[in-house]
Ligand binder design. Structure first.
Ligand code: NAP
Length: 280
């Protein structure tokens, strides 16, 4: 069994980005909007700002109060859409419940939508002709590639069908010619379906969800889940101690997929600059 080191792969991706930005003397800006006082969101935003520093990207933070109105938020996004210093815009989710997330996502210019959540960019990912990567799934693909495994022809099972993780994950695997099955809460005989997987990706959001009986000997297991266990420690979806011995490769939590998502965000921000420079 081999542990895939997401921190190391992420550091190497960020170093490539930093070197490219330095080589070409690029000035790149990422606007990060955070609304309210969600502690987890604050941690994610801080990590994104740190990654910007490492890569040589300027980050502009907009920390708005909980009571921000939809109009105020849309007005800020409009200003940022028209600000040449800002190449990428991300609005940290979830937003407070009185705000309309979908409208906010759609208000971000597709050319600056570095999370690739906008319907235009989601559609491009579906077609397979895309500039912005879906960050978490693209990070998973990098981790799979880091093992030297060819995805083509493999049986891949994705547990979860969210717009952010499960669906685009399945698309990226499909684009690399895997045979892909997507599972969800209504899937029958989940364990049996999962046992078919050469590559099993879990994006459910429940600790200890993936158990050893769901995993084929020698499978690659990628754990996207970010949960808190009974001791309030960060953990994934996979019951690591019993699953790991069966795997050829497995990602730990923390230190697996998490750091990759941010590295892919940096890649998208550099891509945004490239796309916008073409239009000049
Ligand atoms: P989500 O929107 O809640 O989706 C969860 C999916 O799991 C749904 O499709 C749901 O099925 C499925 N599911 C729930 N219970 C199930 C069951 N008993 N059997 C089979 N499928 C079941 O969550 P998400 O946004 O995709 O995130 C999933 C996890 O990944 C969370 O822990 C999140 O924190 C983590 N995450 C990590 C990163 C990272 O960078 N590492 C990034 C994003 C998300 P239905 O559709 O039928 O309800």
């Amino acid at each position: 069994m081999n542990i895939i080191d997401g921190k190391a792969v992420s550091a190497s991706v960020k170093e490539q980005i930093r070197a490219e930005i330095e080589r070409d003397g690029l000035e790149i800006g990422l606007a990060v909007i955070i609304v309210g006082n969600n502690q987890a969101s604050r941690v994610y935003v801080n990590n994104k700002k740190k990654a910007c520093e490492v890569c040589g990207i300027k980050s502009y933070e907009y920390a708005l109060p909980e009571e921000t109105t939809q109009e105020q938020l849309l007005e800020l996004i409009d200003t940022l859409n028209n600000d040449d210093k800002v190449n990428g815009i991300l609005c940290q989710l979830p937003l407070p419940s009185h705000l309309d997330e979908e409208q906010v996502i759609e208000a971000i210019s597709p050319l600056k939508d570095v999370d690739a959540f906008n319907a235009v960019n989601v559609g491009k990912i579906m077609i397979g002709n895309y500039a912005f990567l879906p960050c978490t799934p693209a990070g998973v693909m990098e981790l799979i590639h880091s093992t030297g495994t060819k995805v083509e022809g493999k049986e891949c099972v994705v547990i979860g069908r969210s717009n952010i993780v499960g669906k685009p994950m399945a698309m990226l695997l499909l684009h690399e010619n895997a045979t892909v099955t997507i599972c969800h809460s209504r899937t029958k005989d989940l364990a049996e379906v999962c046992r078919r997987a050469d590559i099993l990706v879990s994006a459910v959001g429940r600790a200890d969800f993936v158990t050893a009986d769901m995993v084929k000997d020698g499978a690659i297991v990628i754990d996207v889940g970010m949960n808190r266990n009974a001791e309030n420690k960060l953990c994934g979806d996979v019951k690591y101690d019993e699953v790991a011995p069966k795997c050829s490769y497995i990602t730990p939590v923390p230190g697996g997929v998490g750091p990759m998502t941010i590295a892919m965000l940096m890649k998208n921000t550099l891509m945004a600059k490239r796309i916008q420079s073409k239009d000049e």
